[in-house]
Design a protein around this ligand. Structure first.
Ligand SMILES: NC(=O)c1ccc[n+]([C@@H]2O[C@H](COP(=O)([O-])OP(=O)(O)OC[C@H]3O[C@@H](n4cnc5c(N)ncnc54)[C@H](OP(=O)(O)O)[C@@H]3O)[C@@H](O)[C@H]2O)c1
Length: 289
């Protein structure tokens, strides 16, 4: 497959972000392969990798993006041992193996390495996770950063994609004139997928090391997101009936008040600034309808 182009390996090609990143980098003239753990997806561009099994035949790569994960907060709370095997042990085994073979490693991480009590957290603050998912991400970060010049971490807040199940469910109900019940006490500072892809591409191209952030500018609640969708659909906003996630027994660790992170270095180095909520919500909901 020698072509003179830089080689990218996406670990977790079937993840929502991993699939979008593989597409973005292919269009940006990288030679892309993306792992899968689904036997029926395996082919020359999609090598098999299960993070709970010993590493078998991975291709050489100049850059590896680690996207596969047990990415649901609830799953990590319910089964810390099994999810840690994926999010920490398996992830770091691949990171160390591919770094040893010369690759630059980029770990997709999360604002959940912080406890959500403060907005725009500084990248140099010590992690202070309030949930098991955040603890696992913090442990994976530490392992990748210990690779030194070969390791980078990209912390993301909620990545809003038009194919998000929640938006599809809401759109279906609003279309049918049925009420929807977004949480008024659950917050997000969304980033659109294209901004995540651009930020990741800068890190990959520069072989940047250390910690990077990509989040929305401010947290809004899910009621605001529902209003953006209703506006895009031309639906009756009276169908939006706010409810409480606390009353729905969502644990406190899964409903932080703040998910924003400071983005000074991204702005200075690449001109990337945190997007405003309305811009992201309207852009993504317009694509979703
Ligand atoms: N989406 C967000 O808003 C967001 C925000 C912050 C950080 N992140 C981070 O970004 C990354 C991608 O998130 P996502 O939302 O795109 O994830 P996702 O859609 O939930 O996909 C997770 C992927 O991990 C794979 N996977 C799970 N266990 C595995 C194992 N044992 N071996 C190999 N692969 C395994 C799954 O494979 P199958 O498809 O075969 O099940 C799935 O494709 C994650 O690291 C996540 O923590 C995401």
């Amino acid at each position: 497959m020698a072509s003179g182009r830089d080689r990218l390996l996406v670990v977790g090609g079937d993840s929502s972000l991993g699939a979008a990143l593989a597409d973005h980098f292919s269009g940006a003239d990288w030679q892309v392969q993306a792992t899968t753990r689904r036997p029926d997806h395996v082919d020359a561009s999609h090598p098999f990798l299960d993070l709970t099994a010993p590493i078998a035949d991975l291709p050489d790569a100049d850059v590896v993006i680690l996207s596969a994960a047990a990415a649901r907060i609830g799953d990590c709370e319910e089964d810390p041992a099994a999810t840690r095997r994926i999010n920490v042990e398996g992830t770091l085994a691949v990171a160390r193996h591919m770094a040893w073979r010369g690759a630059h490693i980029v770990l997709l991480s999360s604002d959940k390495v912080f406890d959500g009590t403060e907005p725009r957290r500084d990248r140099n603050d010590d992690p202070c996770p309030a949930c098991e998912y955040g603890r696992q991400k913090a442990a994976a970060e530490a392992g990748v950063l210990a690779l030194g010049g070969q390791g980078a971490v990209l912390r993301l807040s909620k990545v809003l994609t038009p194919d998000l199940d929640l938006l599809a469910d809401w759109a279906r109900d609003l279309d049918a004139q049925e009420p929807i019940t977004p949480f008024h006490d659950l917050y997000l500072a969304p980033v659109p997928m294209d901004l995540v892809a651009r930020t990741t591409a800068h890190i990959a191209k520069d072989r940047a090391m250390g910690v990077y952030h990509c989040t929305g500018a401010a947290d809004h609640n899910y009621v605001d997101l529902a209003h953006a969708l209703a506006a895009s659909l031309g639906a009756d906003p009276a169908l939006i009936q706010p409810t409480s996630c606390q009353a729905a027994n969502i644990p406190a660790a899964a409903r932080p008040r703040h998910t924003t992170l400071e983005m000074a270095i991204e702005e200075q180095r690449w001109g990337i600034t945190a997007p405003e909520f309305d811009d992201t919500a309207l852009q993504v909901t317009a694509q979703a309808v």
